[in-house]
Design a protein around this ligand. Structure first.
Ligand code: ZN
Length: 158
């Protein structure tokens, strides 16, 4: 004879087929164990193809760069710097979230503050754009002919 607790446990583990709408079909049968090749795992790592850029595709806003490390750099700038116009004109210490359309760097709080500080920003903007394009060029996948024909490190320097 079952005790009261045992009966309650037995009742609670009784399968209730009338409420179950899920039908589980085993993916492997006994005979499939003898197949020569197992099914490939759906969790195998997939290596994305390398990003390549044409010479006329070197400028990207850093926040939308095809290269993750440059997007990460934009995020660092956004978390560590302060919008200069907001500090100087509004006494607000806010992070830049607006990417300058000319250099691609996060420069100001928003478009309005960027337009207000555009004159001061032009002092740095051209140089920042060069850095942006150089960083994308270095990652573009193109052959770096600039470094061909240079003396190798194996030559002695006396
Ligand atoms: Zn700029």
């Amino acid at each position: 004879m079952l005790s009261r607790t045992s009966r309650a446990t037995a009742r609670s583990f009784r399968p209730n087929f009338s409420q179950s709408a899920v039908i589980v079909t085993p993916r492997r049968t006994f005979l499939s164990l003898f197949k020569s090749k197992p099914n490939p795992s759906p969790f195998q790592p997939v290596t994305p193809p390398p990003v390549t850029l044409a010479p006329d595709e070197l400028f990207h806003p850093l926040s939308q760069s095809p290269f993750p490390d440059l997007r990460e750099r934009a995020e660092r700038v956004k978390t560590m710097s302060i919008c200069p116009v907001s500090v100087e004109r509004y006494n607000e210490r806010v992070r830049p979230t607006f990417d300058c359309p000319d250099c691609g760097w996060p420069a100001h709080k928003d478009q309005q503050r960027w337009e207000e500080g555009r004159e001061e920003h032009t002092e740095y903007c051209e140089r920042l754009r060069e850095v942006n394009e150089d960083d994308h060029d270095l990652r573009s996948g193109r052959r770096m002919s600039e470094f061909e024909g240079m003396p190798s490190e194996s030559m002695s320097t006396t």
